[in-house]
Design a protein around this ligand. Sequence first.
Ligand code: KIV
Length: 273
Amino acid sequence: MSAQTFAARMTAPKITARKGGDPIVCLTAYDAPTAAILDDYCDLILVGDSVGMVVHGLTTTVGVTLDMMIMHGQAVMRGSKKALVVVDLPFGSYEDSPETAFRSASRVMMETGCQAVKIESGSYAAQTIEYLVERGIPVMSHVGLRPQSMNVLGGFRARGRRQSVADEIVENAIAAAKAGSFAVVVEGTSVEIADKVTAAVDIPTIGIGASAGCDGQILVTPDMLGMFARVPKFVKKFGDMHGLIENSVKDYAAQVKARDFPAEAQTYKFTKD
Ligand code: KIV
């Protein structure tokens, strides 16, 4: 990576400095061409472990591996030039100790060139965040609905609608901020709790199914593009990717069957030497 390429990118400290300022625009990406489109509009691109579900067809994010995240991280880095690229540490790659987390995070950063990692931050996470940040790895935390814990939580339902859970979410966010996270994703909580988190921490909150009062917003890109028929309540479909692909494929199949494709315009002429 050249010094010029690095200088052109958004940085983690610049994201932190946006606390309470202009809303921070974030989306997920998993491949180079999508990252190239997002790059002009997003401050931060997350290579989320949602890739397991929206690209690889897994039913949860639990089966996503570090190698998968690195491969998708490399693609997104190749496609983007300006946005801060954050790569998720997948389930099993960071929870047991700060040392394990450092080994995983440093591999991700060295092999992809991304500038930060994200971890789902339960009460155990503060020590790990501090350890990573002290050693040069910017960390974005993730509180509220934590999809990697869905087997403990019992599903993907919104969290933070009951007081006991709400307090835990606010406490986790405060601990993650104190430990040095540069931003925190707040997923699947009531508006009230998300607003409480935003007021309680001095780092930007990035909402998903949270509150318009968060310092930024993120969505899973295939969800907001309308790739799937069913989407969670908090997703707004900004496009109809499913319809676009289906209609195009239907049209292609019909043209192949009718021998309308390829037409003369899509074929090469034989020329004598
Ligand atoms: O994996 C992911 O895409 C995420 C976002 C939902 C924030 O963590």
